[in-house]
Design a protein around this ligand. Structure first.
Ligand code: 5GP
Length: 218
């Protein structure tokens, strides 16, 4: 980090248990942060009604996905509810080359892999205000059978159990305030000392008594 100025954009991960309102929060965040590009994942799950190939996901078959894993095409990949999902390296690098920052909306297994590959990633976990509120939300959607809801709640507990590994925890108890908090994190992230080092170096060197800062000190 300290040896050369940074050329790539930032990388953000947002994870949440299903039913936490993640999709609408991310849509509002993207509207407020135009530099941020949402990475389109590959998946082997069938498209749901209204989903567009190449826009919501790239829908591919299991053989193509497995070939992608063997060819190291994925920055991270995971099996979620019996289907494969993965972030392709090309997709992330394409956005960086365009001068954008990249947002990955992925599960906690994928977030752990990204953390290992990119020490500098910003990871955000969105929590429901309570498990009761999450249960009500999942029931209220009216999309699933009771057994499916029970399974999603178990899965949610497991995912929430991993939130201690994330840099930022945001509780979605008020939509507008939660969006403000996400925007605040995304805007503050590039201002960390390690990232500002090259920007402020010249200014610090110009001082009569040059000031030294260690970009790597945590
Ligand atoms: P859904 O099928 O409902 O769109 O997504 C199911 C889960 O898979 C969600 O938790 C979503 O965040 C996660 N997911 C979507 N894309 C990816 C991906 O590229 N990698 C990983 N690890 N998880 C993903």
């Amino acid at each position: 980090m300290s040896n050369s100025p940074r050329t790539a954009g930032d990388l953000f991960v947002i994870a949440a248990a299903s039913g936490t309102g993640k999709t609408s929060l991310i849509a509002a965040l993207l509207e407020r942060c135009p530099r941020l590009a949402l990475s389109v994942s590959d998946t082997t799950r069938p498209a749901r009604r209204g989903e567009i190939d190449g826009q919501h996901y790239r829908f591919i078959d299991v053989d193509s996905f497995r070939r992608g894993i063997a060819d190291r095409r994925y920055l991270e990949h995971a099996e979620v509810f019996g289907n494969y999902y993965g972030t392709s390296r090309d997709e992330v690098e394409k956005h960086w080359a365009e001068g954008r920052d990249v947002l990955l909306e992925i599960d906690v297994q994928g977030a752990a892999q990204v953390r290992r590959a990119h020490a500098d990633v910003c990871t955000i976990f969105i929590l429901p205000p309570s498990m009761a509120a999450l249960g009500e939300r999942l029931h209220g959607r009216g999309l699933d059978e009771p057994e499916v809801i029970a399974r999603r709640l178990d899965e949610a507990r497991r995912e929430i159990g991993a939130c201690g590994d994330f840099d930022w925890l945001v509780v979605n108890d008020d939509f507008e305030r939660t969006v403000d908090e996400l925007v605040g994190i995304v805007n503050a992230w590039p201002l960390r000392r390690a990232r500002q080092y090259w920007r402020v170096k010249q200014l610090l060197d110009e001082e009569a008594n040059p000031i030294t800062i260690d970009p790597d000190r945590s």
